[in-house]
Structures are given as structure tokens and as C-alpha cells.
Ligand binder design. Structure first.
Ligand code: HEM
Length: 476
């Protein structure tokens, strides 16, 4: 039996609270380096890009049922279908390789995203499902609960009808006034500024430094003869720390963080070799940081974006009046395209080109997989693997590792990232697909755009016959 319509949550103003604006910056116009929290990059508008400020919208105001915050309804007036049902109906578990993109392209995308966006959620004392991440819907759920209903005939989950999901926080405009509809917050700086390496605030940045040598180094640990990320004291050997707290989400991400820690220290030492002890630790740290951020931006614009968008995309010139805030549509939907590039089996290669027995399945390595980096051959083998094997194409195919095994443990079920992404889009009030597509056409095409699709068959020019077939009314 197919049930599972998403219930909209009743409005309850008493539990809904906007996050206040972070402290106003005081800028020093003569300061040569970027601040950690993204302020003072634009001296005319010092808050532009500040960590903890709201996203902006590309596609018009948020789409909420009550024009405030309630989840939009279907055209029929009924609640929208469960995003878990949409996910199991429309996504396909099969491999289609993108031979123009090595797997490291996927990894670059996630690493870059962790420089650009992190959307905080409300912290609730009681979750939305009675078993924690799964179970049955709790009695009187908090108004910020937006659990994902699980159909009773779900192909993976049985005896549970609730996947936990909590709504994103929201906040004021840069002038402190409240937008009429929810506008979600970016906890990190909106700039490409290496904040996932260095941190998004001064105190984190200082914690991540090793000032003992006077060479401006980032703190590191030495384990099994290799330089690794620093670890949080008194915890565990693989409890790595970095500028972004998602550093241990999966091992390839931790590898990328380690690479950039090593790059900072390489550059800092090279500068020290040139200028010696005549300069301060601060000088070497900031100059190396400046160079590393430039390297990171350069690779993003000249190598990553041409693979993702094609070589013809012009980069607009810097405009001091333009608000650099990340678009909500980018963070909550468009850039999550990288989830389709993931693959299930991560194949590693030894230096002699043979397959490594350190190869692993993504679904077995979430959150706890960073111990793999303690093996002295893992980082090199993982980098070889990411350069040698292709990413998956961006399409309707997703690895089961993210459609039912996300963050699973030996004792707990894993979640469905595709369902979460769609639910997050509803939480953020993103426009429905057909409207978003029409707005995108208008932005991209200077001449009258083609008429919007009125039936699923009208999607034929842009969608595979399989997806159109799977989406026919009655299936969802
Ligand atoms: C194994 C790799 C990855 C895992 C396990 C992963 C997992 C996740 C999870 C759990 C979220 C939060 C979902 C939510 O609650 O709304 C998320 C958000 C996101 N992911 Fe991924 N992801 C991966 C790779 C990627 C890649 C390759 C990209 C892009 C190229 C990407 C882009 C994003 C974006 C833009 C967000 C929104 C971030 C925010 O604003 O909070 N992810 N991802």
C-alpha cells in the first residue's frame, strides 16, 4: 500500500525563533588579509559574505503555503507526496560513468561546498521520530520537525514510518530587519576563501595554528610517520580537526583536507626559507594563507568549473555593489548535484598500479572511516584512485550508499540523502520544479523561453524516457 503524504506542520509562533545577526564588524582598511568570518572584504558593505548571515534568492521569494514558512501544498491542495516515495520511485541504482570527470571532481565539489555553505538546523531536545533517526512519528512533534514519512511498502525500511529531519534556522537581513518569509542562514563565509581549511572565526583559526616554529604553520599531528590533520586533544587518533566540522564525513573528504593542510605548511616553509627569522609567525601564516586561497580559487575557476559547466561560461567581473551571498537555490538544490557523482565502491591503487586491498564501500565509511588515514599508504592510494576512476554522471542514478545507507552504523539504519535533499528544498521554500526550470530558462536565454512543460511527456527534450515513465501520475 502506498501512503505517506507529507503532513504540513501547524504554525506555532512560540517555538519559532529567528537567529540574530552576528556582531557587526569593525574594519581596518589598511589590513592586508582576509578576515576569518568573511567581513570587511567589501569596505562599502562590510557584512557582505559574513558567516552567519542569510542566503539570497535567485528565483524570487520563498514558496510557502502561508507565505511565511509552512510547507507548500500540491496543486490539488493536498500535502506533497513523501520525498522518500519520490526518491524510491524516480532514482535508479545503477552506474553510469562520466568519462570526462575523474572521481576527484566529485571530491573537489564537496570540499568546495564546505568552503561555501553550511545551513544550520534547529537543535531540538526531542527528535521527530521516536527511535531517534527512525521510528514512528513522535506524539506532538516540535513545530520545527519536518520528518520524512516512510511508506509502509518501502523497499528498504520496514516497521518504521518516520525518517528524522529538522528544519533549517532562519535569520534577518544584513540591516537587521526580518524578511516576511523564512530566509535560511549560511553558518560559514559566503566567499571562496579557504574557510574549510582555516576556519570561519578567529578563535577556530587560532586553535588550528601551530605557532611554535615561527614559520606560520597550521597545526598537524604525526602518526605512523606521516603528517596528518591535528586531532582534538584527549579523544582519538583519528578525531581530526579542520576549519570545517564536517571534515570526517567520509574518508576522501578527510584526505582532501589533509592535502591542503600539507600545502599550507609547504608554502609557509618555502616562504620561511626565503625570508628567515626576520619575519613573524603571523606574517608567514597569513602570506601562506593568501597564496593557498589563491591556489584554491584558481583550481576552482580554471579546472573544476570548466568540467562541471563547460569551458564557455564567462566569469562576471567583481562588482562592489553586488551582494556575494550564496543563493539559497544553489545550497539547497543545484549544487547538491554532486550527490549523483558519488560512487559506491571506492577503488584505491598502490604505487605499482595494482588494486589496493584498502579499497572500500562508501556506505561502510561514513563518519567513522577516518581511521583509514592512519594507514601510511591510504592517502596516496586514495588520491591515485580518485584520479584513475571516473565519477558517476549527474543524472537520476544514485549509489545506494546515499539513498539508504547514509551515516548508517552497525546498529542503526542509514538515511536517504535524495529524500533529505528534496525535503530540504521544501523546508527552504524553493519553487517547484517546473517554475524553477522556467525561471532558469528566462535567466539563461535572452529570447522568449520555450513554453513550460504541461505533461510529463513534455519533459522529453531534457529527461530520459525512464525518468518520465517513472514519474507518471499514479506512481507517486
Ligand atoms: C560522500 C560524499 C557526500 C556526502 C556523504 C554528503 C552528505 C551530505 C549531507 C548529509 C548533507 C546535509 C543534507 C541536509 O540535511 O540538508 C549535504 C549537504 C550538501 N551537499 Fe553533500 N555530500 C557528499 C558530497 C557532496 C558533493 C560531491 C557535493 C557537490 C559537488 C555536495 C554538495 C552539498 C551541498 C551544496 C549541500 C548543502 C550544504 C549546506 O548548505 O548545509 N555534497 N551533503
Amino acid at each position: 500500500m502506498r501512503v505517506a503524504k507529507t503532513d504540513t506542520q501547524e504554525e506555532d509562533a512560540s517555538v519559532r525563533q529567528a537567529t540574530p545577526l552576528p556582531a557587526a564588524p569593525t574594519c581596518d582598511p589598511t589590513y592586508r588579509y582576509r578576515t576569518f568570518d568573511g567581513t570587511c572584504n567589501n569596505l562599502n558593505s562590510p557584512r557582505f559574505g559574513q558567516a552567519g548571515t542569510i542566503f539570497q534568492r535567485l528565483m524570487g521569494p520563498a514558496t510557502y503555503a502561508n507565505d511565511l514558512s509552512a510547507i507548500r501544498l500540491a496543486k490539488s491542495g493536498n500535502p506533497l507526496p513523501s520525498t522518500r516515495l519520490v526518491s524510491t520511485t524516480v532514482t535508479v541504482n545503477s552506474s553510469v560513468f562520466d568519462y570526462d570527470a575523474a572521481l576527484i571532481t566529485m571530491q573537489w565539489g564537496q570540499f568546495m561546498d564546505h568552503d561555501l555553505t553550511q545551513t544550520p538546523q534547529f537543535t531540538l531536545t526531542v527528535g521527530c521520530c521516536d527511535g531517534g533517526r527512525f521510528g514512528n512519528v513522535t506524539a506532538n512533534p516540535n513545530a520545527e520537525c519536518l520528518h520524512i514519512p516512510i511508506p509502509s511498502d518501502d523497499p528498504v525500511y520496514s516497521n518504521v514510518n518516520c525518517m528524522n529531519m529538522i528544519r533549517s534556522t532562519y535569520g534577518p537581513r544584513l540591516d537587521g530587519t526580518m524578511p516576511p518569509r523564512r530566509q535560511q542562514i549560511n553558518a560559514i563565509t559566503h566567499w571562496i576563501d579557504g574557510s574549510q581549511i582555516y576556519g570561519n572565526d578567529n578563535s577556530t583559526a587560532q586553535t588550528l595554528r601551530d605557532k611554535s616554529s615561527g614559520k606560520g604553520l597550521l597545526a598537524f599531528s604525526i602518526q605512523n610517520g606521516q603528517i596528518l590533520l591535528p586531532t582534538s586533544p584527549s579523544t582519538c587518533a583519528e578525531c581530526f580537526m579542520a576549519g570545517d566540522n564536517r571534515v570526517r564525513e567520509q574518508p576522501l573528504l578527510t584526505v582532501m583536507h589533509t592535502l591542503w593542510l600539507r600545502e599550507h605548511n609547504r608554502v609557509a616553509k618555502a616562504l620561511y626559507a626565503r625570508f628567515g627569522s626576520s619575519r613573524s609567525d603571523e606574517f608567514y601564516y597569513q602570506e601562506a594563507r593568501r597564496i593557498v586561497i589563491a591556489e584554491f580559487q584558481h583550481i576552482t575557476y580554471t579546472e573544476y568549473l570548466p568540467v562541471i559547466l563547460g569551458p564557455e561560461i564567462p566569469v562576471p567581473p567583481f562588482d562592489t555593489r553586488s551582494n556575494p551571498a550564496i543563493f539559497n537555490e544553489f545550497a539547497a538544490a543545484a549544487f547538491r548535484m554532486g550527490h549523483s557523482q558519488l560512487r559506491s565502491f571506492i577503488k584505491l591503487f598502490e604505487a605499482d598500479g595494482s588494486a589496493s586491498n584498502q579499497s572500500f564501500f562508501l556506505g561502510n565509511s561514513f563518519l567513522t572511516g577516518a581511521y583509514r588515514l592512519l594507514n601510511p599508504r591510504f592517502i596516496d592510494n586514495a588520491l591515485r584512485g580518485q584520479l584513475l576512476i571516473p565519477a558517476q554522471s549527474v543524472d537520476e542514478c544514485f549509489a545506494p550508499d546515499v539513498t539508504s545507507q547514509l551515516f548508517r552504523t552497525t546498529t542503526a539504519l542509514g538515511a536517504d540523502l535524495v529524500a533529505i535533499n528534496m525535503q530540504r528544498g521544501r523546508d527552504h521554500g524553493l519553487p517547484p520544479y517546473v517554475r524553477a526550470r522556467q525561471i532558469a530558462m528566462e535567466i539563461l536565454q535572452p529570447y522568449p523561453p520555450p513554453p513550460p512543460p504541461m505533461t510529463f511527456d513534455d519533459l522529453a527534450p531534457t529527461h530520459s524516457p525512464e525518468v518520465i515513465f517513472l514519474s507518471y501520475p499514479g506512481r507517486i
